[in-house]
Write a protein that binds this ligand. Structure first.
Ligand SMILES: [Mg+2]
Length: 303
């Protein structure tokens, strides 16, 4: 498996045209041309063997899907639409050509769903598999959703259901496992939350509701108060919904005057609480202080 040969194959697997793409894989850099009246949003996400996935639970195609889904979720959280991706891989000795083919198969299946074009990347060797995905997105000038805009009195809203990924990780079966292996970035919902709902703040739920609401409150300078009733993934526990990570749903706030539709872009919405004046980032659940815990790679060791 020579590098040149591999690059040639990856170029073939990711080939295609896209609006605004001048040069893709094959030159020293890709060239893209931004449109007028758009801001470009950028994100990068690391996906590491034994830290974010394990060889025996995630197939090659699951890894490709999930590595891209994590980055797309960050684009969704800004209310942006994804455009281009750069994918870098550090490959350990256990990886063969078949694995890499599967990885790109999973990744391009998700990419093509949202019109994302892979326009470059890098290849290297390492002791364990490491993947870095950079994604660019576009949003009308000045309109991107941020974590910092929530105001006292705003409703706290979440898309979809919570705890599914954590349940799938713990039980390794059923629809929850699929949710864990192949999360769905809420791209259309993010765009609709930005353009139709007048959301004041938004982020994606990667590290658990308790931790992520704390972060949003901290950036906005408000305290978050959650109701008892959360939209649980079927079979998931409250602990999994509050503390489990990797749900990749969107957490956002709207002014109290906004009439919340039950569904947006096909995804159910649930009013789960209210922002109030108070210590920035303070969170309560059903009237009690909620400890901030969740997935923090600098504090815990787990997958
Ligand atoms: Mg995020």
């Amino acid at each position: 498996m020579g590098e040149l040969d591999l690059v040639r194959s990856i170029r073939k697997w990711t080939a295609g045209k896209a609006p605004g793409l001048i040069v893709g894989v094959g030159d020293d850099s890709a060239i893209i041309r931004p449109r007028a009246r758009e801001d470009v949003v950028l994100t990068t996400d690391l996906f590491l063997e034994d830290s974010h996935f394990k060889r025996d639970t995630h197939s090659a195609a699951d890894c490709g899907w999930k590595a891209l889904a994590r980055a797309l979720s960050d684009i969704a959280s800004m209310g942006a639409s994804p455009r281009f991706a750069l994918v870098s891989l550090a490959l350990p000795p256990w990886v063969d050509r078949k694995w890499i083919r599967g990885f790109y198969r999973g990744m391009t299946a998700l990419a093509s769903r949202y019109g994302v074009r892979i326009v470059g990347g890098d290849l290297s060797k390492a002791g364990k598999l490491a993947c870095d995905v950079v994604v660019t997105g576009a949003v009308p000038t000045g309109q991107a959703l941020r974590r910092s805009g929530a105001k006292p009195g705003d409703r706290i809203v979440v898309t979809g259901t919570l705890g599914g990924s954590s349940l799938g990780f713990e039980t390794a079966k059923g629809p929850a496992l699929r949710r864990h292996l192949r999360p769905e970035p809420r791209i259309e919902a993010g765009e609709a939350i930005r353009s139709k709902l007048g959301a004041t703040a938004c982020m994606d739920l990667s590290d658990g509701l308790a931790m992520d609401l704390h972060r949003l409150g901290k950036e906005s300078g408000v305290a978050g108060h959650l109701h008892w009733a959360l939209p649980l993934f079927p079979g998931a526990s409250l602990r999994q919904a509050l503390m489990g990570g990797e749900d990749y749903e969107l957490l956002f706030t709207v002014p109290p005057s906004v009439k919340l539709p039950p569904v947006i872009a096909g995804i159910p919405l649930t009013d789960i609480g209210e922002m109030r004046k108070g210590r920035a980032g303070y969170v309560t659940f059903a009237g009690r202080p909620l400890p901030v815990s969740g997935w923090d790679p600098f504090k815990t060791r787990s997958v």
